[in-house]
Design a protein around this ligand. Structure first.
Ligand code: ZN
Ligand code: ZN
Length: 244
Protein backbone atom coordinates (compact mmCIF):
# COMPACT_ATOMS: atom_id res chain seq x y z
CA UNK A 1 0.00 0.00 0.00
CA UNK A 2 2.68 2.45 1.05
CA UNK A 3 4.71 1.54 -2.01
CA UNK A 4 1.73 2.26 -4.25
CA UNK A 5 1.14 5.67 -2.68
CA UNK A 6 4.81 6.59 -2.93
CA UNK A 7 4.90 5.43 -6.57
CA UNK A 8 1.82 7.50 -7.24
CA UNK A 9 3.40 10.61 -5.67
CA UNK A 10 6.67 10.07 -7.55
CA UNK A 11 4.86 9.49 -10.84
CA UNK A 12 2.87 12.67 -10.34
CA UNK A 13 5.83 14.81 -9.36
CA UNK A 14 8.36 13.29 -11.73
CA UNK A 15 6.45 11.41 -14.39
CA UNK A 16 8.65 9.19 -16.51
CA UNK A 17 8.07 10.00 -20.15
CA UNK A 18 9.79 8.84 -23.27
CA UNK A 19 12.33 11.49 -24.22
CA UNK A 20 11.48 10.92 -27.87
CA UNK A 21 7.68 10.98 -27.95
CA UNK A 22 6.53 11.66 -24.36
CA UNK A 23 4.71 8.36 -24.09
CA UNK A 24 4.48 7.59 -20.38
CA UNK A 25 6.33 5.08 -18.18
CA UNK A 26 9.57 4.59 -20.10
CA UNK A 27 12.60 6.83 -20.74
CA UNK A 28 12.92 5.52 -24.29
CA UNK A 29 9.89 3.61 -25.61
CA UNK A 30 10.36 0.69 -27.96
CA UNK A 31 9.29 2.70 -31.02
CA UNK A 32 11.83 5.44 -30.30
CA UNK A 33 14.49 2.88 -29.37
CA UNK A 34 14.21 1.40 -32.84
CA UNK A 35 14.97 4.85 -34.28
CA UNK A 36 18.38 4.95 -32.61
CA UNK A 37 20.28 3.89 -35.68
CA UNK A 38 23.50 1.94 -35.56
CA UNK A 39 26.62 3.43 -37.08
CA UNK A 40 26.99 1.94 -40.55
CA UNK A 41 30.70 2.33 -41.14
CA UNK A 42 33.53 2.33 -38.66
CA UNK A 43 36.79 4.17 -39.22
CA UNK A 44 40.24 3.93 -37.67
CA UNK A 45 40.02 5.90 -34.39
CA UNK A 46 43.26 7.80 -35.06
CA UNK A 47 43.18 9.07 -38.64
CA UNK A 48 39.36 8.78 -38.76
CA UNK A 49 39.68 8.36 -42.52
CA UNK A 50 40.36 4.73 -43.23
CA UNK A 51 37.27 2.55 -43.01
CA UNK A 52 38.23 -0.59 -41.11
CA UNK A 53 36.41 -3.69 -39.79
CA UNK A 54 34.55 -2.65 -36.60
CA UNK A 55 36.84 0.37 -36.22
CA UNK A 56 40.16 -1.41 -36.04
CA UNK A 57 43.18 0.88 -35.90
CA UNK A 58 44.55 1.05 -39.44
CA UNK A 59 47.99 -0.21 -40.36
CA UNK A 60 49.60 3.21 -40.64
CA UNK A 61 48.21 4.41 -37.28
CA UNK A 62 49.21 1.32 -35.28
CA UNK A 63 51.65 2.00 -32.41
CA UNK A 64 52.73 -0.05 -29.45
CA UNK A 65 50.65 1.60 -26.73
CA UNK A 66 47.59 2.54 -28.73
CA UNK A 67 44.06 1.23 -28.92
CA UNK A 68 43.64 -1.77 -31.20
CA UNK A 69 40.33 -0.34 -32.28
CA UNK A 70 37.35 1.75 -31.35
CA UNK A 71 33.80 0.59 -31.93
CA UNK A 72 31.22 3.38 -32.02
CA UNK A 73 27.60 2.20 -31.61
CA UNK A 74 25.60 5.15 -32.93
CA UNK A 75 25.62 8.67 -34.30
CA UNK A 76 26.09 11.63 -32.00
CA UNK A 77 24.04 13.73 -34.42
CA UNK A 78 21.03 11.44 -33.79
CA UNK A 79 18.98 13.86 -31.73
CA UNK A 80 17.44 11.24 -29.49
CA UNK A 81 20.77 9.60 -28.71
CA UNK A 82 22.38 12.94 -27.98
CA UNK A 83 19.53 14.00 -25.68
CA UNK A 84 19.62 10.68 -23.86
CA UNK A 85 23.38 10.94 -23.28
CA UNK A 86 23.02 14.52 -22.10
CA UNK A 87 20.24 13.71 -19.62
CA UNK A 88 22.17 10.69 -18.41
CA UNK A 89 25.40 12.59 -17.76
CA UNK A 90 24.36 16.08 -16.85
CA UNK A 91 20.82 15.66 -15.49
CA UNK A 92 21.82 12.56 -13.56
CA UNK A 93 19.04 10.34 -14.87
CA UNK A 94 20.74 7.15 -13.83
CA UNK A 95 18.01 4.87 -15.20
CA UNK A 96 19.01 5.85 -18.73
CA UNK A 97 21.91 3.43 -18.25
CA UNK A 98 19.43 0.66 -19.19
CA UNK A 99 18.24 1.84 -22.62
CA UNK A 100 21.72 3.18 -23.41
CA UNK A 101 23.29 -0.10 -22.28
CA UNK A 102 20.74 -1.95 -24.38
CA UNK A 103 21.72 0.15 -27.38
CA UNK A 104 25.43 -0.67 -26.92
CA UNK A 105 24.53 -4.34 -26.56
CA UNK A 106 22.42 -4.27 -29.70
CA UNK A 107 25.31 -2.74 -31.65
CA UNK A 108 28.00 -5.17 -30.53
CA UNK A 109 25.68 -8.13 -31.16
CA UNK A 110 24.60 -6.86 -34.55
CA UNK A 111 28.18 -6.47 -35.74
CA UNK A 112 29.34 -9.61 -33.91
CA UNK A 113 32.26 -7.92 -32.21
CA UNK A 114 34.47 -10.58 -30.62
CA UNK A 115 33.95 -10.64 -26.88
CA UNK A 116 36.56 -9.62 -24.29
CA UNK A 117 38.00 -11.42 -21.26
CA UNK A 118 37.61 -8.32 -19.17
CA UNK A 119 35.52 -5.16 -19.25
CA UNK A 120 36.93 -1.96 -17.76
CA UNK A 121 35.01 1.30 -17.40
CA UNK A 122 36.76 4.65 -17.73
CA UNK A 123 36.80 5.90 -14.13
CA UNK A 124 35.73 9.28 -12.86
CA UNK A 125 37.71 11.13 -10.26
CA UNK A 126 36.18 10.37 -6.86
CA UNK A 127 35.08 14.00 -6.40
CA UNK A 128 33.23 14.01 -9.70
CA UNK A 129 31.68 10.62 -8.97
CA UNK A 130 30.45 11.86 -5.59
CA UNK A 131 28.95 14.90 -7.28
CA UNK A 132 27.20 12.92 -10.01
CA UNK A 133 26.31 10.03 -7.72
CA UNK A 134 27.34 7.37 -10.24
CA UNK A 135 29.91 6.65 -12.91
CA UNK A 136 28.07 6.64 -16.22
CA UNK A 137 30.69 4.44 -17.91
CA UNK A 138 30.62 1.90 -15.09
CA UNK A 139 26.85 1.42 -15.41
CA UNK A 140 27.11 0.90 -19.17
CA UNK A 141 29.99 -1.55 -18.63
CA UNK A 142 27.97 -3.38 -16.00
CA UNK A 143 25.01 -3.73 -18.34
CA UNK A 144 27.27 -5.24 -21.01
CA UNK A 145 28.99 -7.54 -18.55
CA UNK A 146 25.66 -8.98 -17.40
CA UNK A 147 23.94 -9.21 -20.77
CA UNK A 148 26.52 -10.08 -23.43
CA UNK A 149 26.19 -13.81 -22.80
CA UNK A 150 23.32 -15.84 -21.41
CA UNK A 151 23.99 -17.30 -17.95
CA UNK A 152 27.47 -15.79 -17.69
CA UNK A 153 28.74 -12.38 -16.66
CA UNK A 154 31.93 -11.30 -18.38
CA UNK A 155 34.24 -10.03 -15.62
CA UNK A 156 34.17 -6.30 -15.06
CA UNK A 157 36.62 -4.48 -12.83
CA UNK A 158 37.52 -0.97 -11.86
CA UNK A 159 41.16 -1.44 -12.74
CA UNK A 160 42.02 2.19 -13.38
CA UNK A 161 42.11 5.11 -11.02
CA UNK A 162 42.13 8.80 -11.85
CA UNK A 163 44.91 10.36 -9.85
CA UNK A 164 44.34 13.98 -10.78
CA UNK A 165 41.22 16.06 -10.86
CA UNK A 166 41.39 17.47 -14.37
CA UNK A 167 39.14 19.91 -16.11
CA UNK A 168 36.24 18.20 -17.88
CA UNK A 169 37.48 17.27 -21.36
CA UNK A 170 34.21 18.64 -22.75
CA UNK A 171 35.31 22.14 -21.72
CA UNK A 172 38.41 21.92 -23.93
CA UNK A 173 38.04 22.11 -27.66
CA UNK A 174 41.58 21.91 -28.80
CA UNK A 175 43.26 18.55 -29.38
CA UNK A 176 46.56 19.55 -27.77
CA UNK A 177 44.85 21.03 -24.72
CA UNK A 178 42.97 17.79 -24.27
CA UNK A 179 46.10 15.69 -24.65
CA UNK A 180 47.88 17.76 -22.03
CA UNK A 181 44.89 17.84 -19.69
CA UNK A 182 44.71 14.05 -19.61
CA UNK A 183 48.39 13.11 -19.62
CA UNK A 184 49.42 10.86 -16.74
CA UNK A 185 45.95 10.98 -15.26
CA UNK A 186 45.44 7.23 -14.75
CA UNK A 187 47.22 4.54 -12.81
CA UNK A 188 46.36 0.98 -11.88
CA UNK A 189 44.28 0.67 -8.72
CA UNK A 190 46.48 -0.39 -5.81
CA UNK A 191 44.79 -3.77 -5.42
CA UNK A 192 45.28 -4.66 -9.09
CA UNK A 193 48.45 -6.45 -10.06
CA UNK A 194 49.71 -6.08 -13.63
CA UNK A 195 49.41 -9.90 -13.87
CA UNK A 196 45.67 -9.50 -13.77
CA UNK A 197 45.83 -7.50 -17.02
CA UNK A 198 48.51 -9.56 -18.76
CA UNK A 199 47.36 -11.35 -21.95
CA UNK A 200 43.76 -10.22 -21.51
CA UNK A 201 41.50 -9.02 -24.28
CA UNK A 202 40.02 -5.86 -22.87
CA UNK A 203 37.08 -3.62 -23.65
CA UNK A 204 37.38 -0.11 -22.31
CA UNK A 205 33.95 1.43 -21.94
CA UNK A 206 33.20 5.14 -22.18
CA UNK A 207 30.00 7.01 -22.99
CA UNK A 208 31.19 9.42 -25.66
CA UNK A 209 34.54 9.80 -27.34
CA UNK A 210 35.77 13.08 -28.82
CA UNK A 211 39.46 13.23 -29.66
CA UNK A 212 40.05 9.83 -28.04
CA UNK A 213 42.76 11.13 -25.72
CA UNK A 214 41.10 9.73 -22.56
CA UNK A 215 40.79 6.24 -24.02
CA UNK A 216 44.29 6.48 -25.36
CA UNK A 217 45.75 7.47 -22.01
CA UNK A 218 43.95 4.56 -20.31
CA UNK A 219 45.19 2.20 -23.01
CA UNK A 220 48.81 3.17 -22.34
CA UNK A 221 48.50 1.91 -18.76
CA UNK A 222 46.86 -1.36 -19.83
CA UNK A 223 49.36 -2.02 -22.60
CA UNK A 224 52.25 -1.40 -20.21
CA UNK A 225 50.70 -4.13 -18.07
CA UNK A 226 50.84 -6.31 -21.23
CA UNK A 227 47.18 -6.49 -22.12
CA UNK A 228 46.80 -8.61 -25.25
CA UNK A 229 44.43 -6.14 -26.89
CA UNK A 230 42.45 -3.06 -25.91
CA UNK A 231 39.32 -1.94 -27.73
CA UNK A 232 37.30 1.13 -26.90
CA UNK A 233 33.52 0.61 -26.95
CA UNK A 234 31.43 3.78 -26.87
CA UNK A 235 27.93 5.04 -27.57
CA UNK A 236 28.91 7.79 -29.99
CA UNK A 237 31.70 9.96 -31.27
CA UNK A 238 31.37 13.71 -30.97
CA UNK A 239 33.14 15.42 -33.83
CA UNK A 240 35.64 18.16 -33.10
CA UNK A 241 36.31 20.94 -35.55
CA UNK A 242 39.68 21.80 -34.21
CA UNK A 243 42.23 19.03 -34.21
CA UNK A 244 45.24 21.33 -34.45
ZN1 ZN B 1 8.92 7.20 -27.60
ZN1 ZN C 1 44.35 5.32 -39.16
Amino acid sequence: MFKKISDFILDTLFPIKCIGCEKEKEWICSTCFSKLNLQQEQTCPYCQRNITPHGETCFSCKRKNRLDGLFVAGYYHNELLQTAIHLYKYRFIQDLSFPLGKFLLKAVHFYEISLPDLIIPIPLHKYRQRWRGFNQSFLLAQFLSQNLLPHYSIPIKNVLKRIRFNKPQASLHNYLQREKNIEGIFQLEKNVSPHFIKNKKIWLIDDVVTTGSTLNEATKILKKAQAQSVWGIVLARQKTNNRS
